[in-house]
Design a protein around this ligand. Structure first.
Ligand code: GAL
Length: 654
C-alpha cells in the first residue's frame, strides 16, 4: 500500500527539485505520477525527443527512494502538431474545438493515432529499464470520443457495416422507414449532428453512435497499452477514471488495465461531490478488485472561482475513506499549487510559496499511518452480499430518452445504494457479466435494453436462490434500442410473475402506496400498474386511476425471489422494504452506524478490519462489534467508540 503525489517538476526550477523530493520522503510519500501533460517538453520538435529533464527529475526522486508512474502525454498534444495537422475534434455542430486548453484531439484521427503511438513508443523504450519507474498511466481522464468530424463519420459507417453486414439489415434494425430515412448508400448515414430545431435523431442510431464513440476511446488506449506491454512487460498499466463519469464504458476500458485508478475530489467541485463513498464502490466494481486513487484532493479546489478549504482533518479523513473502500494507494493531487495556467487556484499540498504548512502536516500524518499499517492491511479487500448491477449502455439509452425526471441512471443507483448503506449493508456495483452467485440480493436499476442473454443470466440467478429487485422500465427495448412487443417486463415476465397492464409517467407528480403491512409512502417518477401472474401483492397504489392496483409484487421463482417495484418512492420506502428483503435473504448487516460515519470492512484470510471514518464536523458514537485490536484511533468502551470530528478508527475484529 502506497502514499503518493502528482508532481510536475517541469513547472519548477530544477534547483527546487531536491527540496521537493526530501519533503515528499519526509511525508511518507514513496511514489509520484509524472509527465502526463508534458508532451511539448518531451518532444519539442517533431521527432526530436528530449527526456533529459525527466531523467534528471527521476534521478532526484529516486535518490530519496521515490518511485514513479509515468503518464503518456496524449491529453495535451503540442502546438506544432496542431499547426501541421487538423486533428481537432468537432462538436455536434461540426465546429472545431481548437487549441488553448486540453483534450483538443480526436482520438480516431489517424494522425493523432500515429503520433500517440510514436511518443508512447519513445517514452516506454526510454524508461522500460529505469530503476525508479514502476508503471504507466495512459493519457488522462479519458472520455468517450464524442467527436463529430468527418473521420469519425467515415469510421462510424464502417463500424456499422461490420455490425449489420448490409444496409437492408441496418434499415430494418433501426426502423428507418420512420420519417423516410431508409439509407441506400452507407455514405448517407449521419452522425447525430445538430438537426433542425432541436429535433431528435433515431434512438437506434444514437445508441450505436454512443457505443462507437466509447469503443473509439477504448481502441485508442489499447494501442498504447500494447506498446507498454511489449516494451515494458514488467510495468503495470492503469488509467485515472472519473468516478461517476458515464460517457465511456469503463468496464470495457479497464479490461486492458492491470487495475483502475480514479481521481477523487470530494470537496464539492465536480458533479459527484458528496458521493465519494458511492464513487469509490463504483470504481472497485469496475474490475471487482482494489484500486488506486491517482488524484486525491489535498487542498482548495478552484479554476476561475475558488472552492472552500477542507476542514482541518478532512483531507486525512477522505484519504482513509478511500482506503476503507478498497484503495491500495492514495496519490495526492498535487504537490504544489502552480504559479500559472488554468489551475493556478487548484491548490496542492503546498501553497504557491512552497512552504510545508498545515496541509503538508496532515498529509504527512496520513503518510506515517498508512505506511505503518501497510503490512497488516496488505491483501485485504471488501466482500459484500449485496450488489447493484451497472451498465454504461443502459445509462446512455436513458440519456438519449430520459422519459421523465428521476429515471437517470445514477439517481436510481443512489436510491438503493444509500438505503442499503443506512441499513448497514455494504454494496458492490458490478457488471452483469460478473459472478452473480456470490450475492444474496441484486438490484437491477431500469434495465431498459434487455437481451436474451441478460434475461437468462438473471433468471438463472433467481432460480439458484438469489433475490432480484426489478424497477420500472425494465425490458422495454431490445439491443437495437427498438421497443419490444412482449408485455413488460418482457423477457423477465415469467421470473417476476407479473405483467405491466398500464403505466403513468408521473415525473414530479406524486402518488401514495400502501404496503400490506400497513405503512404508506409517497411515490413519484413512474407508476406501473401490475397484474399478478403468480406473484403476491406487496403494495398497492392509494390514489389516481391505479388506486387499489398492485404497485409492488413479490414472486418465488425456483429457489429465489423477485421483487418487482412498479414505482420510485421516498427514502423511507426503501429503508422499510429493503430492511425486510435483507432479513429474508439472510444478509449480514452492521446496523446503528450514525449518519455521517462511513463504515467498511476490509478482509483477508483469517482477519477482518473495521474502518470507521467520521466525515462530519461533530463527534459521533459508533458501535464496534466484537473488535479486539485498535490499529488506529480511539479505543472502544463497552462496544462503542466515540469518534471526534473527521476522526478515523481502524480495528482488527474477531
Ligand atoms: C483532474 C485532472 C487534473 C486536474 C484536476 C483539477 O480532473 O485529471 O489534471 O485538472 O482535475 O482540476
Amino acid at each position: 500500500m502506497r502514499v503518493g503525489v502528482d508532481y510536475y517538476p517541469e513547472h519548477w526550477d530544477e534547483s527546487r527539485w531536491e527540496t521537493d523530493a526530501r519533503l515528499m520522503r519526509e511525508a511518507g510519500i514513496s511514489v509520484v505520477r509524472l509527465a502526463e501533460f508534458s508532451w511539448c517538453k518531451l518532444e519539442p520538435e517533431e521527432g526530436k525527443y528530449d527526456f533529459s529533464w525527466l531523467d534528471r527529475a527521476l534521478e532526484v526522486l529516486h535518490r530519496e527512494g521515490i518511485q514513479a508512474i509515468l503518464g503518456t502525454p496524449t491529453a495535451t498534444p503540442p502546438a506544432w502538431l496542431h499547426q501541421r495537422y487538423d486533428i481537432y475534434p468537432r462538436d455536434a455542430r461540426r465546429y472545431p474545438l481548437g487549441f488553448g486548453t486540453r483534450l483538443q484531439r480526436c482520438l480516431n484521427h489517424p494522425v493523432m493515432r500515429r503520433y500517440s503511438r510514436l511518443i508512447t513508443e519513445a517514452m516506454v523504450s526510454h524508461y522500460a529499464g529505469h530503476p525508479a519507474v514502476i508503471g504507466w498511466q495512459t493519457d488522462n481522464e479519458f472520455e468517450a470520443n464524442l467527436c463529430y468530424c468527418d473521420v469519425c463519420a467515415d469510421l462510424f459507417r464502417q463500424w456499422l457495416q461490420r455490425k449489420y453486414g448490409s444496409l437492408q439489415a441496418l434499415n430494418k434494425a433501426w426502423g428507418t422507414i420512420f420519417w423516410s430515412q431508409e439509407y441506400t448508400n452507407w455514405s448517407q448515414i449521419p452522425l447525430p449532428w445538430v438537426a433542425r430545431c432541436g429535433q431528435s435523431h433515431n434512438p437506434s442510431l444514437w445508441l450505436d453512435y454512443r457505443r462507437f464513440a466509447s469503443e473509439s476511446t477504448v481502441s485508442f488506449q489499447r494501442e498504447q497499452v500494447e506498446i507498454i506491454r511489449r516494451l515494458a512487460p514488467h510495468h503495470f498499466v492503469t488509467h485515472n477514471l472519473m468516478g461517476l463519469h458515464d460517457s465511456l464504458d469503463y468496464f470495457a476500458l479497464a479490461q486492458d488495465l492491470d487495475f483502475v485508478s480514479w481521481d477523487n475530489y470530494p470537496g464539492g467541485n465536480w458533479k459527484e461531490a458528496g458521493h465519494a463513498d458511492l464513487a469509490h464502490d463504483v470504481m472497485r466494481g469496475i474490475k471487482q478488485k482494489n484500486f488506486w486513487v491517482m488524484e486525491e484532493q489535498s487542498g482548495i479546489p478552484g479554476w476561475e472561482y475558488i472552492g472552500r478549504r477542507p476542514a482541518l482533518g478532512q483531507i486525512r479523513a477522505w484519504a482513509w475513506q478511500a482506503v476503507a473502500h478498497g484503495a491500495d494507494a492514495v496519490v495526492f493531487f498535487r504537490w504544489r499549487s502552480c504559479l500559472y495556467g488554468t489551475e493556478q487556484y487548484w491548490h496542492g499540498i503546498l501553497n504557491h510559496d512552497g512552504m510545508p504548512r498545515r496541509r503538508y502536516r496532515e498529509v504527512a500524518r496520513f503518510g506515517e499511518e498508512m505506511n505503518r499499517l501497510s503490512a497488516e492491511l496488505d491483501g485485504t479487500t471488501l466482500r459484500h452480499q449485496v450488489a447493484i448491477l451497472s451498465s454504461y449502455e443502459q445509462n446512455w439509452a436513458l440519456q438519449i430518452q430520459p422519459q421523465v425526471n428521476g429515471l437517470g441512471w445514477w439517481e436510481q443507483v443512489r436510491r438503493f445504494y444509500y438505503s442499503f448503506r443506512r441499513l448497514g449493508a455494504g454494496v458492490d456495483i458490478i457488471p452483469i457479466d460478473a459472478d452473480l452467485s456470490q450475492y444474496r440480493v441484486i438490484v437491477l436499476p431500469s434495465w431498459y435494453i434487455l437481451t436474451e442473454r441478460d434475461a437468462q443470466r438473471l433468471s438463472e440467478y433467481v432460480r439458484q436462490g438469489g433475490t432480484l429487485i426489478l424497477n420500472p422500465r425494465t425490458g422495454v427495448k431490445n439491443e437495437r434500442n427498438v421497443c419490444r412487443t412482449e408485455p413488460l417486463p418482457s423477457l423477465l415476465r415469467e421470473v417476476a410473475g407479473v405483467e405491466i397492464d398500464d403505466y403513468d409517467p408521473l415525473g414530479t407528480d406524486e402518488n401514495r402506496i400502501r404496503l400490506r403491512t400497513g405503512e404508506e409512502f409517497t411515490v413519484s417518477v413512474w407508476a406501473d400498474a401490475l397484474i399478478l401472474q403468480g406473484a403476491e401483492e406487496v403494495a398497492v397504489y392509494a390514489h389516481s386511476i391505479f388506486a387499489g392496483e398492485p404497485a409492488i409484487a413479490r414472486h418465488r421463482y425456483g429457489r429465489g425471489t423477485v421483487y418487482t417495484l412498479g414505482t420510485y418512492g421516498e427514502p423511507a420506502l426503501y429503508d422499510t422494504l429493503l430492511g425486510r428483503v435483507l432479513d429474508e435473504a439472510g444478509v449480514e448487516t452492521m446496523p446503528g452506524v450514525p449518519d455521517g460515519v462511513d463504515a467498511c470492512w476490509r478482509e483477508k484470510e483469517g482477519a477482518r478490519y473495521l474502518f470507521l471514518v467520521n466525515l462530519r464536523g461533530e463527534e459521533r458514537s459508533v458501535p464496534v462489534p466484537g473488535c479486539v485490536t485498535v490499529l488506529l484511533g480511539a479505543s472502544p468502551q463497552g462496544g462503542m467508540v466515540n469518534l471526534a470530528p473527521y476522526e478515523v478508527g481502524i480495528y482488527r475484529c474477531s
